[in-house]
Structure formats: structure tokens, C-alpha cells
Design a protein around this ligand. Structure first.
Ligand SMILES: [Zn+2]
Length: 121
């Protein structure tokens, strides 16, 4: 599943190439790379939809699913893709607690959002 996230990251048109896959068990629900926003009113800070946001926007049902996030460098090698705080909050609000993300080409990290300080709020 993390390999599918890597494939999505390789499709990204953004400077930082990130991909995400939302899955229930072994079934892929939504897969997307991060995307540029095309509305000129958005601030530079929020100039892209992070891959996590992109899949959340397209998923009809999110509660209980697992998300896989990958980032690739210019050479296509996996790099650290731990979701940012904004995405962690959005994922938790959507009922997604299990996050798997690339750390380097050989390592995948796991984050259980229910066990982070975010869950207490
Ligand atoms: Zn993010």
C-alpha cells in the first residue's frame, strides 16, 4: 500500500512531491498526489492541497480507514512524509487514526493519531 502512495507521489506536479492512499484493509478508497490550488485568492502558505487533504476531499467515507503517505525526492527516492500538524488534525477529525508514512527508501513509520496529544483535545 505504501508503494501505491509512492506511485502517487511520483505523479505530483508540486515542488515537494507527496502522495497519499486511503484504504480500508486492503481496499484502496482514494489515491491522490498533492495538488496545486488554482484559486489566486489563496495565500502562498496554503498554495497546495497536501496529499492527505486531497484524499480527504475525495473520500465519501473516511472513519476507520488507514492512510499511507509517501514523499519522493527529485531522484524518486522515498523521503520523510510524516503528516504536518494541520493534516494530522484533519485526519483525526475525519476519524482516521492509523497513518503509515515513508521515512527513507527502506523505512516506513507508523503514527497512531489516537495516541498523540491531538486526541486529547
Ligand atoms: Zn499536511
Amino acid at each position: 500500500m505504501i508503494d501505491l502512495a509512492v506511485k502517487q507521489a511520483l505523479r505530483s506536479q508540486c515542488r515537494h512531491r507527496v502522495g497519499a492512499v486511503l484504504a480500508v484493509g486492503t481496499r484502496v478508497v482514494v489515491a491522490s498526489p498533492n495538488r496545486r490550488r488554482n484559486n489566486p485568492a489563496v495565500t502562498f502558505r496554503h498554495a497546495t492541497f497536501h496529499a492527505e487533504e486531497a484524499v480527504l476531499r475525495r473520500a465519501a467515507r473516511t472513519a476507520g480507514s488507514t492512510i499511507y503517505v509517501a514523499r519522493v525526492d527529485a531522484a524518486g527516492a522515498s523521503r520523510l512524509a510524516k503528516p504536518c500538524l494541520r493534516c494530522q488534525k484533519a485526519l483525526l477529525a475525519a476519524g482516521i487514526v492509523r497513518v503509515h508514512y515513508t521515512i527513507d527508501p527502506n523505512t516506513v513509520g507508523t503514527l497512531n493519531l489516537a495516541r498523540t496529544s491531538l486526541a486529547a483535545k
